[in-house]
Design a protein around this ligand. Structure first.
Ligand code: FAD
Length: 368
């Protein structure tokens, strides 16, 4: 099937943001996803104020989804704790709730959805498991998953992976976590915890492979060890964490930025830029890239892809650089102590840092 409207591969936040922006401008994009059902991707589930503002600009309603309001960042390391008010309120919301709402909004706005798993992608052609799809303009929004022909480089000397467990609502845990995003720092990673709709706790960590290897490569042994070393974390984990399934994703290419592309291929979301997850800005990057790509396509069609990619890379550079510095700092023994000390004596600096590690919104989504 050949399409004049863009073919968007991946109906996650980036693909859906592009679909909504295109459909609102009168185009009829086709979203392709490997799954008919919306899943619950591994993610910290922290939606920054910038993510929320952009989604509002796209007309994605979240108010009725029961997310948990977050006003404060709490840092924990080596038995110490520091509290920093966030520059603006954020939200804890499951990816299942967010992704479902974004898909619904895209379809209600005029986008179409087909189910297929794309195996290979080249200019003009996405080869799927079901069929081949031809389109002059392809938006690559497969997120964490690379597609043959378009893989991102993974040459990190210190590969990182993501782990996640979700714990049910429990009064003691809810009271401890109320209103906060918590980052529990340890050598080689961090554990991020936020409450989500219904009071469940999303516990997500980014960890260097070497730190996991120190626990024999066993995620449960790592969590057990972290709880023994950090009583505050143990209090949040309770005892029911042992009943929870620990999900994982490997080799996250933190710091990757796609600075160029071929005409006709717009790279969005994690395929465009991967910010270290402790910044909690990956979803804002996904939404911003989708909206900006839509704007460029509406103005210049398939030929505008390289210009879009350069502009987006330059917008994403500063937040990714700052988040990478922050991640390198807090994953080391001395760095995490220094971060806690700084947050204690000069919370304004940490707050400013948190603000600067945000993606500037495209003009179409900036608050008027
Ligand atoms: C450990 C960790 C914690 C994080 N925590 C946060 C956080 O708290 N806050 C935040 O803002 N960001 C966070 N992020 C980042 C965030 O999860 C991503 O940046 C975001 O999901 C990117 O959105 P996306 O639309 O690009 O990709 P995805 O969300 O990965 O969506 C991709 C879509 O493409 C589909 N797809 C994949 N392959 C194919 C294929 N071959 N064919 C067809 N369809 C396909 C998938 O089914 C999916 O629907 C975290 C990341 C990690 C690793």
């Amino acid at each position: 099937m050949r399409s004049a409207d863009p073919l968007i591969v991946g109906a996650g936040p980036a693909g859906c943001a592009a679909a909504i922006a295109l459909a609102r401008a009168g185009a009829r994009p086709l979203l392709l996803d490997r799954s008919a059902e919306v899943g619950d991707p591994l993610c910290g589930g922290f939606m920054s104020w910038r993510t929320l503002a952009q989604l509002e600009g796209l007309g994605v309603r979240l108010a009725d989804l029961g997310g948990h309001r977050v006003d404060q960042l709490r840092l924990f390391a080596k038995g110490r704790e520091a509290r920093v008010p966030l520059p603006q309120p954020a939200l804890g919301l499951s990816r299942h709730a967010l992704d479902s709402r974004m898909r619904e909004t895209a379809l209600a706005t005029g986008a179409r959805l087909e189910v297929d798993t794309i195996r290979t992608l080249a200019p003009g052609m996405a080869k799927g498991q079901r069929q081949d799809w031809q389109a002059e303009s392809l938006f690559l929004a497969t997120g964490k998953h690379d597609v043959r022909g378009q893989s991102r480089p993974r040459a990190s000397a210190k590969p990182a992976l993501g782990l996640r467990l979700r714990l049910p609502s429990e009064p003691t845990r809810e009271a401890l976590l109320d209103g906060a995003i918590e980052l529990h720092l340890f050598d080689g990673g961090y554990v991020g915890i936020v409450l989500q709709e219904g009071g469940s706790a999303n516990i997500c960590m980014a960890v260097r492979k070497s730190a996991l290897a120190a626990s024999n490569g066993d995620p449960a042994a790592l969590v057990e060890r972290l709880g023994e070393d950090n009583p505050s974390l143990a209090a949040r984990l309770g005892s029911d964490w042992r009943d929870a399934r620990i999900e994982s994703i490997g080799a996250v290419p933190y710091g990757h930025i796609a600075r160029q592309t071929e005409a006709g291929i717009f790279r969005l979301g994690d395929q465009a830029a991967v910010i270290p997850s402790l910044a909690g800005e990956g979803m804002a990057i996904a939404v911003a890239s989708g909206a900006l790509a839509a704007r460029h396509w509406l103005d210049g069609g398939a030929a505008a892809a390289p210009v879009f990619q350069r502009e987006f890379a330059s917008r994403a550079s500063r937040p990714i650089r700052l988040a990478s510095i922050g991640w390198r700092l807090v994953e080391s023994h001395l760095g995490s102590r220094a971060a806690l000390a700084l947050a204690g004596i000069a919370p304004g600096i940490v707050r400013q840092f948190a603000e600067m590690a945000r993606i500037p919104p495209p003009a179409s989504l900036a608050r008027r």
